[in-house]
Ligand binder design. Structure first.
Ligand code: NAI
Ligand code: MG
Length: 348
């Protein structure tokens, strides 16, 4: 396999995160290094660890580091309940305008629920029904008689995410993009999204097949025949829901990575949270954050090492049948990591 190895190490911010974060992030760093991804890690704090050590779940130093490196690998962060703390994940998304959420769903071993699933969901990350514009309307003595929420979608935002999805598809050798919407009911809110995506799509005629699907039908089709999908482009809330459905198709939360990408920064992470129920036991599945690391390698153009990581993970889970408990196996985090590193080295 040909690989392009960087002459110098690439500066990147590393956030261990909370709960199982330190265990799985360490695993990912080991695998990335074995694959030839040379990073100059700037280790920073966030989440509960940030709060404990600096009094802030999103310390200024962490923001400054990402502003400098524009690249981060991040473990999951526990959002402190109560105390008025903002969600660090939402704050990061806002601070760096990470408008695209990219979540690949890929079968990583045979004998799972579905085989040969290989699709990517591109979710708009800043608009829609998740903008948080909502309120109650009191009637008589009921202060919460009516709840009202506004979804906000802009043509600017639609253009930006549509172009991102089409360019992503081309760059990754994908053939088809399915625009998922509910324009039959939410005629204006998701109608604008559909109209704009198809508009931009015309520029890609002959290079990409672009189709549309109503979200409920898409949800069913994903279960009946997930192999028909290649890239799915959708709005914030539909993307949130469908990406968890897709994770369920291909082995669950322990294996699915995600990237939050904006014009000025990109943050790579697992889709799952800090899993406090198994933290510190050395049994967490590091696959999702390892795969997030592979996405990070892709993002900076190290496609050779990225493919090597993905292949090593596949061979470890599928051929070697070394799996953690969430995948029905008995391997510890360290055992799975060692096996993946061995496979990565054998691929070199
Ligand atoms: P979770 O994803 O942490 O855990 C859900 C279930 O999946 C648990 O049973 C857990 O043991 C299991 N699980 C998750 N990842 C696993 C792995 N790698 N290997 C094996 N099993 C795994 O979701 P939960 O419990 O709802 O959230 C816990 C905390 O994480 C909360 O504070 C939440 O706010 C935060 N969170 C952070 C995210 C982020 O930083 N991106 C995303 C989702 C939740
Ligand atoms: Mg979600």
């Amino acid at each position: 396999m040909t690989t392009t190895l960087p002459a110098t190490a690439i500066p990147a911010t590393l956030i261990d995160g909370d709960g199982i974060g330190p265990e799985i992030v360490t695993a990912a760093v080991e695998v990335l290094e074995a694959a030839g991804g040379r990073f100059e890690w700037d280790v920073q704090l966030a989440g509960m660890e940030g709060l404990a050590k600096t009094g802030d779940p999103l310390p200024e130093a962490t923001i400054a580091s990402i502003r400098r490196t524009r690249l981060a690998l991040k473990g999951p962060l526990t959002t402190p309940v109560g105390g008025g703390y903002r969600s660090v994940n939402v704050a990061l998304r806002k601070t760096f305008t990470l408008f695209a959420n990219v979540r690949p769903g890929r079968s990583l071993f045979r004998g799972g629920r579905y085989e040969d699933v290989d699709l990517v969901l591109v979710r708009e990350n800043t608009e829609g029904l998740y903008v948080g514009v909502e309120h109650f309307i009191p009637i008589d003595d009921d202060p919460r008689a009516v709840a009202e929420a506004s979804g906000i979608i802009t043509r600017f935002g639609c253009r930006r995410i549509a172009r991102f999805a089409f360019e992503y598809a081309l760059r990754h050798g994908r053939k088809k993009v399915t625009v998922v919407h509910k324009a039959n009911i939410l005629k204006k809110l998701t109608g604008l999204f559909l109209e704009t995506a198809l508009d931009i799509g015309r520029e890609y005629q002959g290079r990409l097949q672009i189709e549309e699907r109503i979200v409920d039908n898409c949800a069913m089709q994903l279960v009946i025949d997930p192999q028909q999908f290649d890239v799915i482009l959708t709005t914030n809330m539909f993307g949130d829901i469908l990406s968890d459905e897709i994770a369920g198709l291909v082995g669950g939360l322990g294996t699915t990575p995600g990237a939050n990408i904006g014009a000025n920064a990109a943050i790579f992470e697992a889709v799952h949270g800090s899993a406090p129920d198994i933290a510190g036991q050395g049994i967490a599945n590091p696959t999702a954050v390892i795969m997030a690391g592979a996405m990070m390698l892709d993002y900076i153009g190290l496609t050779g090492p990225a493919e090597r990581v993905r292949r090593a993970v596949f061979l470890t889970l599928d051929e070697d049948r070394i799996r953690t408990r969430d995948l029905g196996g008995r391997a510890t985090t360290a055992e799975l990591t060692r096996a993946v590193v061995k496979r990565v080295q054998a691929e070199a």
